[in-house]
Design a protein around this ligand. Sequence first.
Ligand code: MN3
Length: 381
Amino acid sequence: MNLFILGVTGNIGKQTLDVVRTSKNKFKVVAVSGNTNLKKMKDIINEFSPKYVSMGKRDDILKLQELYPNIEFGYGIESLIKVVTYGGLGEDLVVNALVGSVGLKPTIEAIKKGRNIALANKETLVIGGEIINELLKEHNVKIIPVDSEHSAIMQCLNGEDFSTIKNIIITASGGSFRDKTRKELRNVTVHDALNHPNWSMGAKVTIDSATMMNKGLEIIEAHYLFNVDYDHIKTVMHRESIVHSLVEFHDTSVIAHLGNPDMRVPISYALNYPSRAQYNGKSLDLVKMGKLHFEELPYSKYPLLKMAIDAGKSKGLNPTTLNAANEAAVNLFLNGKITFLQIEEIIRECLDVFKNDLNITLDKILDRDLKVKDYTYKKYS
Ligand code: MN3
């Protein structure tokens, strides 16, 4: 299997390479992209010898070119597309582990090339779901979700008739601030927010988990992946992150997917789909767990959850506006420019300022994405 990995130096990229290491004779890393981590990229090149490497900046490419004259290099968005379309067709899989809307165009080009995609970049479906689903049909390509909840749902649906789904139930850990009150959220710091109780993730997803925007984006993602109406996608707070999601069927049977919180499991499932590979992780010890807890998600504490679901339901460019405002606001928060609760204020403001448009095209999505981010950075930097 030839792998084309976007975001290889990030958190999901790193864990993808862990999975690749466990079955090195099955996978060949052909093309990869990183952003600014030159040292990590050198290590990856030395270990996996890819044929094509993309980095964020031209300077870094020039440095790498000197060291590795036999590898092709590129930088910028065009080179991300080169990563996913590199070489001829074979037994191929694109792993899209980019963070943010930048992942949409490469996903589209991978589909057009006819390559299946292991998708960790949820923004692809949040902002481009309508377009993506049309393209998947047209090119007979599959998206296999890497997000743990969606991987769980996909596994619960194995061999099932989708028309018998009654509800999809997505679990939420509650993020780093699940025990804080609204009032306490006013003064939380970046450091507090980056301290997730269960999962090891990148900074953006960890903040999104704390605001619950992550769950909102995942609901939209689930809507497009499984073609289930928003009214039948439920959430439940589950502190232990052991039940990764559930599906209820017409006969009220509920199938759940359980496992220790380890992203390498859904990554391994996506890489080996439809079969399963051996993974030497820790077995789930239910007796040791003793209890699992489920609570209602407090919507009043997390206004972004409802804002995201509403944006998803209203379709068109609203999900793009929501997502772009969130990306910019989270960035501003991480850089100490705004407070934690300003993230939701900025998103509300952008949804107000930028009007919806139901007639979407890729160009309109990318244009809206840029404009919302420009607006937010200019006003709040
Ligand atoms: Mn998730």
